[in-house]
Design a protein around this ligand. Structure first.
Ligand SMILES: *Cc1c(COP(=O)(O)O)cnc(C)c1O
Length: 365
């Protein structure tokens, strides 16, 4: 049996006609830029994320960049984040001229450890970017408490967490701004690149909208410098077709996770979810000291898998100028050696899961 890491064909098949109709409408309207589907999507996402505003942008990475731009950072300002995340989280901090400051993770949830944040706050700290990794929210109460104490902004990197909840509140509504990605492998993916920023702050929303179009308001008049950060109409049209199915997809992922949990709990460390979190399982990430052996065997058995993430960001070559050494953030470094993500997509069937479980147990039991 062959099981892919993600089966976009299985997702596409039942909604093909609706997707093609929606795309055709865009072509026939010729409103490729700023078509009415954009604000329709923004309204739906804002509501879904319990936020007043949502601003469609060109990718999850650009959502992070434009959010940082909205804070008006100066050269040398510092932004605290986790090293155990996708590159874009820290890459965008560098790209707005600021300095990433890394804080180690909680080894159970893989999210930033709030107990280690305060000692890293300086006069230059302007923002904290917690990442809701794999679809589980970070410890937002503790993070917001520190942010409020020092007057620091909080930008949620919710790229993997649309619909995730923390104590009944939705990802994207837990900080000053929430950044989402519609990259095809996220729970809600478009047919290319896309993203969105959520906020409950009127002023920030207005700033984000202006920054998205070169800082222009009215057209051809620029008080601030922005960029081209627009979401394409065609992406919004595709997302509007998929959006009503999202909660169902989340539920299927949660069922698949439970199926794995029950059968793998004595063989590997299964994902730990805080009781007050709604985890949407963008990834199902297990942990074992036999990771490399397991990965090799899964590859041989044609089972899709991935290491998110093999090198924590503080040890990436491009960040060597920051001066971190091996051993500085031990939990992130250890996790990078032991984690493995396996297929969790909604369309996965029991026989596929049984096959994956059987192969995993061959290595670990
Ligand atoms: C996917 C992802 C991003 C970037 O999103 P893109 O749409 O690919 O630019 C940022 N942060 C995290 C945690 C991600 O998983």
């Amino acid at each position: 049996m062959k099981v892919p890491m993600l089966d976009l064909e299985a997702q596409y098949e039942p909604i093909k006609d609706d997707i093609l109709t929606a795309m055709k409408e865009v072509f026939e309207s010729k409103r490729f830029i700023n078509g009415p589907q954009i604000s329709e999507l923004e309204k739906s996402v804002a509501e879904y994320c319990h936020c007043k505003h949502a601003i469609g942008v060109s990718s999850g990475t650009d959502a992070l960049i434009i959010s940082l731009m909205a804070l008006n950072l100066q050269e040398g300002d510092e932004v605290i984040t986790t090293p155990f995340t996708f590159f874009a989280t820290a890459g965008s901090i560098f790209r707005v001229g600021a300095k990433p400051v890394f804080v180690d993770i909680n080894p159970k949830t893989y999210n930033i450890n709030p107990d280690l944040i305060e000692e890293k706050v300086t006069k230059k700290t302007k923002a904290i970017i917690p990442v809701h990794l794999f679809g589980q929210c970070a410890e937002m109460d503790a993070i917001n408490e520190i942010a409020q104490k020092y007057g620091i902004a909080v930008i949620e990197d919710a790229a993997q967490a649309i619909g995730a909840e923390y104590k009944g509140k939705r990802a994207g509504s837990l900080g000053d701004m929430g950044c989402f990605s519609f990259f095809p492998s996220k729970n809600l993916g478009c047919c290319g690149d896309g993203g969105i920023v959520t906020t409950n702050n009127e002023e920030l929303a207005e700033r984000l909208r202006v920054l998205r179009q070169h800082g222009s308001k009215p057209k051809y008049y620029h008080k601030i410098i922005g960029g081209n950060f627009r979401l394409d109409t065609i992406q919004a049209a595709v997302l509007l077709v998929k959006f009503p199915l999202l909660d169902n997809w989340h539920e299927e992922r949660q069922k698949n996770a439970e199926y794995y949990n029950e059968r793998l709990k004595d063989s590997v460390i299964t994902p730990y979810v805080e009781s007050y979190n709604r985890m949407i399982y963008n990834q199902y990430t297990l942990r074992t000291p036999h990771r490399d052996e397991l990965q090799e065997y899964l590859n041989e058995s044609q089972i899709g898998n991935a290491i998110y993430y093999p090198v924590p960001l503080h040890l990436q070559d491009c960040f060597s100028y920051l001066g971190y050494q091996k051993g500085d953030l031990p939990e992130s470094e250890k996790a990078a050696m032991e984690v493995l993500s396996i297929p969790i997509y909604s369309e996965l069937i029991d026989e596929q899961q049984d096959y994956i479980i059987e192969k995993i147990k061959k290595v670990t039991d």
